[in-house]
Design a protein around this ligand. Sequence first.
Ligand code: ATP
Ligand code: MG
Length: 425
Amino acid sequence: MKTLQAIRGMNDILPVDSALWQYLEKTVADLLGGYGYQQIRLPIVESTELFKRSIGEVTDIVEKEMYTFADRNGDSLTLRPEGTAGCVRAMLEHGLLGGGVSHKVWYTGPMFRHERPQKGRYRQFHQIGVEAFNLAGPDIDAELIILSWRLWQKLGLAEAVTLELNSLGSSADRARYREALVDYLRARFDQLDEDSQRRLESNPLRVLDSKNADTQALLVEAPALADFLSDEAREHFAGLRALLDAAGVPYIINPRLVRGLDYYGLTVFEWVTDKLGAQGTVCAGGRYDILVEQMGGKPAPAVGFAMGMERLLLLIETLGKVPAELARQVDLYLVMLGDAAVSAGFQLAEQLRDALPGVRLVVHCGGGSFKSQFKKADKSGALYALILGEDEAAAQQIGLKPLRDRTEQENIPWQALPGRLKQLL
Ligand code: ATP
Ligand code: MG
């Protein structure tokens, strides 16, 4: 029979790798908790309509990347390609955005996009997203960037990432800019790649995001969005920059940074690295003041970002920043021989777990000789083997054998074991 395989672009995270994932998740959760952000847990499946309305019909995600299927009753459902839409839906559905009350939330989990799988680009990938609602000023934009900067420092990535910043202006600013851009590009229509030709009519700002080199060359001389910003948009951007300058967060202004989703306005930013090849954006976000209203709510300003966990983990590994303590997952390994020893061993193990909360103790299962058990103990990475044979059981003692150095084995009375281990671990 043919063995079954995972879906292309959807990866298993194997036991050897999960400690690094947990480390990243915990580091982020602790950091966000420290800034007063609370976790929101959201469904993976939403109505297709939600993503069409929020992300925009003429975007890569909605046009060609969504996993959409009919529910048994015929409803069109989609595996979420990103988290913001569902987050806004939930905030609205539960009436959390009324009365101008501000909220700071984060979420994590798998996202799904039908893209060409390659290093740093998968069909099921994981994001950590952070969103702040009912805060309109550049202060919260700055906070989001400052906290991500702190995260890079904690993870040892700060040297390898660069912050790119831009302002997309207000909707009205972009409407005026759109006209100028379309005039410019229409005059050069034949030189545009096929996607960009199509987008010129449907969503011309997306042309700025084209990955086609010829199109990018053409854009160098194109009108710049920065010249179309209203005073208000300029002020917001200046406010953000002043706060980042004061906080000492380095950045570059990238006037051609637009995001691949329609709901962004004013601030947009990306943290990029040159260490991962083409998939260099590890974190991206911006302000989306129009989205809540667009989704049927009363207007509520909002800003957020999402980071790609696979890319962050690749970066941590590439830079050799995996914390050394992750290499060892076991403290103690209990080897036992004989029925009396096994019975006493199980009881002792539970007493140790009571006395030393958090101890990582593997109790050997599956029998076998001392020799084969010691091999497993050694392979587990444990610092010490605990040894219980017939003789030890009869004398109510236990052997404590260091596995990582050549110090002598000690024999310890059972009741003294917790105390001795507290000294050692
Ligand atoms: P890209 O330009 O790389 O396609 P994007 O603009 O589509 O990214 P966003 O929708 O802003 O990405 O998602 C935020 C982050 O999620 C990205 O910066 C990236 O780190 C990660 N990400 C997006 N798509 C994928 C994917 N297919 N595989 C792995 N990570 C991804
Ligand atoms: Mg993409």
